[in-house]
Design a protein around this ligand. Structure first.
Ligand code: DQA
Length: 147
């Protein structure tokens, strides 16, 4: 089983970016925890980060036939991108949306997710640990769907 973790704009700055909101872990720290969990679960995991909407759309589109599922934090594009929503829907792959912060407890413009309705599930408010929860959840679901 092979999973792809996609991170959107400004998430490469984790650790130095608003640590009171997003915590002190860097993206590299989070990706290392994910790789450790992936090897415990016996699955393969690739990671991708971009600040560019088109690159994210392409990564999602190219995932079909290569990966079994996607974990994505679309960051600010969550609230604006019809293109990302359409790309997720078009892959047909199960997808878990992750947010480090609880976006519902923040500014009103963060309360709407254009991407969540086309995802299998959503995890938010647990900081970097949310990615690990998403990985465990999607692997368990894929395994139970296959049995
Ligand atoms: C975020 C929440 C978004 O509103 C914000 O634009 C981000 C990060 C989160 O992980 O909490 O960049 O996706």
């Amino acid at each position: 089983m092979k999973l792809l973790v996609i991170n959107g704009p400004n998430l490469g700055l984790l650790g130095q970016r608003e640590p009171d909101v997003y915590g002190s872990e860097t993206l590299a720290d989070i990706e290392q925890s994910l790789q450790e969990t992936a090897s415990e679960l016996g699955v393969e995991l690739d990671t991708f980060q971009s600040n560019e909407e088109g690159a994210l759309v392409t990564a999602i589109g190219d995932a079909s036939g290569v990966y079994d599922g996607i974990i994505i934090n679309p960051a600010a594009y969550t609230h604006t991108s019809v293109a990302l929503r359409d790309a997720i829907k078009a892959t047909g792959l199960p997808c878990v949306e992750v947010h480090l912060s609880n976006t519902h407890a923040r500014e009103e413009f963060r309360h709407t997710s254009l991407t969540a309705p086309v995802c299998t599930g959503q995890i938010m408010g647990f900081g970097g640990k949310g990615y690990v929860l998403a990985l465990k959840g999607i692997v368990e679901k894929l395994r139970s769907d296959a049995s």
